[in-house]
Design a protein around this ligand. Structure first.
Ligand code: PLP
Length: 335
C-alpha cells in the first residue's frame, strides 16, 4: 500500500496531467532508426502553475506542510534561471505568503540569462531575489541564515531545499507514478531529465511500492552517473520509508545516463538544441534548454542505441521549463 493521503496537500496544479502519444515524432524516427518504441509524453509541463513544471507536484506537499506550520514566508534557492524558484514564487502567491529567493550564479552569461525568462517571472510573481551569490556557495546554509534573520524580525519562514527535493517533495512524484500506473497503457519506461533528484526518486519509490515493473531512466543534467545514482537512490529509500514502503527500492532500480550533460549544468549542447527544435517542429511541444532538452536528447540517443523494444511504451516525462528558453536565446541562434 502506498500512503499519500495522510500528508497535508495544498492544491496548486491541474492533475492528473495528460498522457499523449507522440505520433508524428514516432513516425519521423521510424524513417531513420530500426528500433523505435511507442513514444508518449506525460505533460507535467502543463501543471497550470505559472507556466507549469515538475516542481508543482512537490510544492503541493511542501506548501501543505508550510501552511500547517503557520508559515508566512517561503525561502528557496536555485540557479539564476531556476524553474523551481519561479514555481515556488507562484506557490507563495497562491498561498498568500511572501517568497524570498537566493540565486546562485553558476556560470557567467548574457543579460537575457540574468534578467529574462524565469528571472522576469520571479519578479512578476512577487518574489524577492534577496541575493545573487557566487557559484559554490553553501546554499542550504545561506537559506538557514536568512531564515534566522527573518525569525528575529517576527516572521515565520519555511525553508524549501533546492529543487524541492526532500522526501516530502518527492512524494509528489509518487503520485505521478500512481497516475502512470493507472493509465490506459502499460508503461514500460519513463525517461526524464534528472537534477536535484526528487523527481526520479519519487517515481522509483512509487513504482516499486506498487510492485510495478516500469523502469525509470534519468538523463543526468549535471553530474556523473555514479554521483547521480547515489543521490537518487538515497532519496528514493527515504521517500519509500516516508510512504510506508520501507526497503522496496534497490540500487539497481536507479538507472542514469550521464552522456548528455555537455560542459556542465545549464551549458547548452548541440544535441539539446537539436532535440528542442525537433520536438517543437514535429509535435508543437516546447522543451527547455537545461533539463527537458537534454533529457529528450538522451531519449533520442538511447533509441539510436537500440535500448528499447519496438513494442515498448516509452513515456517521456516533460518536466517543464520552457520559460527558460527566453534566458537562452543566444544558444538557439542559427549560424
Ligand atoms: C527541476 C527540474 C528538473 C529536474 O527534476 P529534479 O527533481 O530536480 O531531478 C527537470 N526539468 C525541469 C524543467 C526542472 O525544472
Amino acid at each position: 500500500m502506498v500512503q499519500v493521503a495522510r500528508f497535508d496537500r495544498f492544491p496548486l496544479g491541474h492533475f492528473p496531467t495528460a498522457l499523449e502519444p507522440m505520433d508524428r515524432l514516432t513516425a519521423h524516427l521510424r524513417e531513420h532508426h530500426a528500433k523505435v518504441p511507442n513514444l508518449w509524453i506525460k505533460r507535467d509541463d502543463c501543471t497550470g502553475l505559472a507556466t507549469g513544471g515538475n516542481k508543482t507536484r512537490k510544492l503541493e506537499f511542501l506548501v501543505g506542510e508550510a501552511v500547517r506550520q503557520g508559515a508566512d514566508v517561503l525561502i528557496t534557492q536555485g540557479a539564476t534561471q531556476s524553474n523551481h524558484a519561479r514555481q515556488t514564487a507562484a506557490a507563495a502567491a497562491r498561498a498568500g505568503m511572501d517568497c524570498k529567493l537566493l540565486l546562485e550564479k553558476r556560470q557567467a552569461r548574457d543579460e537575457e540569462y540574468e534578467l529574462s525568462g524565469n528571472v522576469l517571472l520571479d519578479d512578476l510573481l512577487g518574489a524577492e531575489i534577496v541575493e545573487r551569490v557566487p557559484a559554490g556557495t553553501d546554499m542550504q546554509q545561506a537559506m538557514e541564515l536568512l531564515a534566522d534573520d527573518l525569525r528575529a524580525n517576527g516572521k515565520r519562514p519555511y525553508v524549501i531545499p533546492g529543487g524541492g527535493s526532500n522526501p516530502l517533495g518527492a512524494v509528489g512524484y509518487v503520485v505521478c507514478a500512481q497516475e502512470l500506473e493507472s493509465a490506459s497503457i502499460a508503461v514500460d519506461w519513463v525517461v526524464h531529465g534528472t537534477g536535484s533528484s526528487g523527481t526520479q526518486a519519487g517515481l522509483v519509490a512509487g513504482f516499486r511500492a506498487m510492485r510495478s515493473p516500469a523502469q525509470v531512466l534519468g538523463i543526468s543534467v549535471r553530474q556523473s552517473a555514479e554521483a547521480q545514482i547515489d543521490a537518487v537512490f538515497g532519496l528514493a529509500e527515504r521517500t519509500a520509508a516516508l510512504i510506508g514502503a520501507d526497503g522496496v527500492v534497490a540500487r539497481e532500480d536507479v538507472l542514469v545516463d550521464d552522456r548528455w550533460v555537455g560542459a556542465g549544468y545549464g551549458m547548452p549542447t548541440a544535441a539539446m538544441v537539436e532535440a528542442v527544435r525537433l520536438v517543437a517542429s514535429t509535435e508543437g511541444v516546447l522543451l527547455d534548454p537545461v533539463y527537458s532538452g537534454k533529457g529528450f536528447a538522451g531519449l533520442l540517443g538511447n533509441i539510436a542505441d537500440g535500448r528499447f523494444a519496438v513494442s515498448d511504451n516509452v513515456v517521456f516525462l516533460h518536466t517543464g521549463g520552457s520559460a527558460g528558453l527566453f534566458g537562452y536565446r543566444s544558444a538557439f541562434e542559427r549560424s
